[in-house]
Design a protein around this ligand. Structure first.
Ligand code: B12
Length: 136
């Protein structure tokens, strides 16, 4: 399974991305990493170029809900990317806990899962996707 792994537009943290790359590679995924501070336009370009099976967005600086919303809206605005699975996780806000209204907005905008720090949930999401993939 090919994963496009990306930080969000305002977020300069990088060790989260290093960790996630290793985690995903250990699960057997092929990972294309875009690094930190990726705006929605660059993310859309990269999705077109790399044609991933899943996009994993990571944000820890506290602006994850806002940045994530801009990213998923941009992807869903483009017919070719409208059905591409998108997962967002990390320390998404500054409240220190899951903010249900923001999660609901993200899901409504087309995010397939909003996972916070939960790596087990990410593993579960990817396993479920792998099971539903139609063999070529
Ligand atoms: C190192 C660090 C920095 C370094 C980053 C260096 C680098 N090259 O990355 C520097 C000094 C640059 C920095 C800057 C800032 N930081 Co900083 N930083 C940290 C710190 C101390 C450690 C982060 C880290 O590397 N952790 C190690 C990695 C491996 O773990 P992680 O990031 O926690 O990611 C894990 C999970 O979040 C999860 N995860 C992450 N993404 C995803 C995605 C999915 C799908 C899933 C399932 C899970 C998942 O998995 C990862 C592994 O377990 C944390 C505090 C802390 N102790 O966590 C603050 C912290 C992240 N920073 C914070 C802040 C506020 C900032 C600044 C805004 C500070 C400022 N006022 O300038 C800036 C951000 C600037 C920007 N534009 O983004 C806050 C964020 C607040 C929040 N979210 O509530 C934190 C939490 C500190 C705090 N308690 O206030 N920071």
């Amino acid at each position: 399974m090919k994963i496009l792994l990306s930080g969000t537009a305002s977020d300069s943290h990088t060790w989260n991305l290093v960790y996630l790359r290793l985690f995903l590679e250990e699960l057997g995924c092929e990972v294309v990493g875009l690094g930190p501070c990726v705006d929605a336009e660059l993310l859309a370009d990269a999705c077109r170029r790399h044609a991933p099976d899943v996009v994993v967005l990571s944000s820890v600086n506290g602006h994850g809900y806002r940045d994530g919303l801009a990213a998923v809206r941009r992807l869903r605005a483009e017919p070719a990317l409208a059905a591409l699975p998108v997962v967002l996780g990390g320390k998404l806000g500054v409240a220190g806990h899951r903010q249900d209204d923001d999660v609901a907005q993200l899901l409504g905008a087309g995010c397939d899962a909003v996972l916070g720090d939960d790596l087990a949930a990410l593993r579960g999401f990817l396993a479920a996707r792998a099971r539903t993939e139609v063999p070529a």
